[in-house]
Design a protein around this ligand. Sequence first.
Ligand SMILES: Cc1cc2nc3c(=O)[nH]c(=O)nc-3n(C[C@H](O)[C@H](O)[C@H](O)COP(=O)(O)OP(=O)(O)OC[C@H]3O[C@@H](n4cnc5c(N)ncnc54)[C@H](O)[C@@H]3O)c2cc1C
Ligand code: SF4
Length: 462
Amino acid sequence: MVGGRTNHWGRISLRFGPRDFKAKTFDGLGDDWPISYDDVKPYYEKLERLVGVFGSVENIPNAPDSIFLPAPKPRCYELLVQQAARRLNVTCVPARLSILTQPLNGRPACHYCGQCNRGCKTNSNFSSTNVLIAPALRTGKLTLKTNAMAREVTLDRTGKASGVTYIDTTDGSEHHIDAHVVVLAASACETSRLLLNSKSPSFPNGLANGSGTVGKYLTDTTGTDVGGFVPKMMDHVPHNHDGVGGMHVYMPWWLDNKKLDFPRGYHIEVWGGADMPDYGILGGIQNYAPGGGYGKQLKQDYRRYYGAYVGFSGRGEMIPNEGSYCEIDPNVVDKWGIPVPRFHWKFTDHEYLQVKHMQETFRALIKEMGGTPWGDMPTKEDGYGIAAGGVIIHELGGARMGADPKSSVVNSNCQTHEVKNLFVADGAPFTSQADKNPTWTIMALSWRTSEYIADQMKKRAL
Ligand SMILES: Cc1cc2nc3c(=O)[nH]c(=O)nc-3n(C[C@H](O)[C@H](O)[C@H](O)COP(=O)(O)OP(=O)(O)OC[C@H]3O[C@@H](n4cnc5c(N)ncnc54)[C@H](O)[C@@H]3O)c2cc1C
Ligand code: SF4
């Protein structure tokens, strides 16, 4: 789909911090990136000036401030969350979302309808489709080929990429686009699949896969959620909670791992309150006194209880490991006859213990608000409620960046070590995760790679 997942993403737009690029230096786990925060910082800044992100300057060392538009005020339930967080010494600050609170570059400010996950009629939130691709099309220099399912990258006789073979999904016919430079940006796992499916005598194990690491060191954000009933929020004065289509406050990582039994950190996303009702609201009203019902009583109960809940979602850093990877399934093809990837996943105690800490923290926050968490604390046997790999949809790795071609696929410019006119501009080059959502960094890195390609083309070096 044009624009990919930015059509309906959450717009949480966090810079990685200096420590995220060099985490191994601090705790010996995973690998350091061959680039540092200072290499990416100018591209975060360009992105923020072009796209816009709201937030507040907080000077938190590993949660760098962006060039912020003003943040919206906390909603009623978010104020209560903030007060409880302060009492428990958990940092809670305005959220950082790529939604305009002031007009920017011809796009109007948000009018607070709270419906961002349906797109935005006024282009006040960010999606690649509206904010990047539409203006690029207007230049007349971009040709968009839709209904085109890329199957493999082809090579010329000199070993350079010569283009891409694709299937026209309207009729199943096969075509080829010639290219001077090929940039893969199909998302981390699909880029891995494309490389692994691009076999040739010079690359029998997949293109640019001399290291054998294509598809390897896949990670996803660690995650778990806890919600709960908060009586203090019952029978409130009806008012509009909508705001932007996302949280107005969040909690960046606030602790020191030296005092904990797991490495790295997580941030906390906050939900709750009485936003626009949708299908299935308060499913489970029978669990509240007086136990559900019919007619007038049921309506009164909905009015009393609707919005009297909060929830927290932990989003943390998984350490890459050799047991989490994808490979081509030798027996299964998709409807176009293209071999599909199969996945192997392994979490270790690093992730399980981090998620246990999330569960304990979220339950403590709900209790601090005078509430009751829904359900019991998941046990060790249940992995403390950890979301399965892939569920948080922050998959990264598969063509990781590194200085050594023996253990990585791309160099510090996201250029494959082995094919100099082949680049990767999605989450696949990430050497590691962070306790941040990844898309702001995917976009900053792809801007950096684009500038490098333009520079190399001008020098006729590709
Ligand atoms: C519901 C949801 C909420 C999210 N919220 C956040 C958030 O708040 N903050 C954040 O940072 N991240 C968030 N994410 C993650 C974010 O959407 C991804 O990190 C980001 O979109 C990845 O960008 P990408 O370009 O690598 O991949 P995608 O956005 O998946 O784009 C890949 C593109 O390639 C196309 N494609 C794939 N295969 C082929 C092929 N074989 N041939 C041709 N085209 C192909 C796809 O159609 C698509 O257009 C969220 C994701 C979801 C689903
Ligand atoms: S809440 Fe989201 S969808 Fe609604 S106007 Fe604001 S940016 Fe657009």
